[in-house]
Ligand binder design. Structure first.
Ligand SMILES: [Zn+2]
Ligand SMILES: [Zn+2]
Length: 272
């Protein structure tokens, strides 16, 4: 099964390592009809990796689109963090809404949940008195607010908070309390109509054995009939298709019959 589109992709204009042209060449070689670029929005509290100049970013993607016209459809999106939304969303083809931080916004303190176990541990210690489950519950409450307030087209790596929770180090992913928090948020996010992604990055980077979201969440998405697309969340042209074949097989194994795909500026579906 070959999907026709890929939308969650970074490049050197944010924290990716490939140029836009390298990304387009890789997408064309892999047989995609549609490539979306989704660089991170700029966050003043974490200024290292996002796009500072959105007009220049959009112009660079527009130039790429023109140079590949007739061979590859190219769309301009952004991955916007909840705490750092895009400045000019209406000029983008789509946005991926992601929650990367546990935060005390009033105090201006932000801890990335996906950068290291040490940083997650620090967030749990300083914001949640050492209670890992409380941190996970807060993550899902904020993700629900994200979906309702910002209405992203796509919800990024739904259960990212588990990335550094190997061996249930900080909270028990099998517990009823954890699963309730995640499922409640999942249903609230699904009700907004956002497309979920099956995101393979943590698997091919060696952080997790299974992609985001976990199977119990995917099963609920199937029951709800919520749209799911496949994402490599790539930061390097060579990663553009990483894990996607396995991800499609995983969805088939869970009973999905189709995936959401992006064609020429809008979502449609493709049989698995
Ligand atoms: Zn992300
Ligand atoms: Zn990303």
């Amino acid at each position: 099964m070959k999907i026709c589109s890929t939308l969650h992709n970074h490049c050197m204009l944010c924290d990716g390592a490939s140029t836009l042209q390298e990304m387009a060449a890789a997408a064309y070689a892999a047989g995609f009809s549609d490539l979306g670029i989704s660089c991170h929005t700029w966050a003043p509290f974490d200024p290292g990796f996002g796009v500072r100049d959105e007009p220049a970013y959009r112009a660079a993607v527009a130039f790429l689109r023109e140079s590949w016209r007739g061979r590859l459809h190219i769309s301009c999106g952004m991955e916007q963090d909840f705490y750092a939304p895009a400045a000019q969303r209406d000029k983008l083809d789509y946005v991926i809404g992601s929650l990367h931080y546990l935060a005390d916004v009033a105090q201006g303190r932000y801890f990335a949940v996906d950068s290291s176990a040490a940083q997650l541990a620090q967030a749990i210690e300083e914001l949640f008195d050492g209670n890992g489950l409380a941190a996970a519950e807060a993550y899902y409450r904020e993700l629900t607010r994200l979906a309702r307030q910002q209405q992203p087209d796509i919800i990024g790596h739904f259960d990212l908070v588990v990335k550094h929770n190997r061996g249930n180090r900080f909270f028990d992913e099998e517990s009823a309390a954890y699963r309730d928090a995640a499922l409640t948020a999942l249903e609230a996010v699904a009700a907004t109509g956002a497309v979920f992604e099956l995101n393979t990055r943590a698997v091919y980077r060696g952080h997790r054995a299974a992609p985001y979201p976990a199977d119990f969440l995917l099963r609920r998405l199937r029951e709800l009939g919520a749209p799911v697309m496949l994402s490599a969340d790539c930061h390097l042209a060579a990663e553009l298709t990483a894990g996607l074949t396995e991800a499609a097989a995983r969805l088939r194994g869970l009973g999905f019959r189709e995936v959401a795909v992006w064609h020429d500026g809008g979502f449609t579906s493709q049989r698995l």
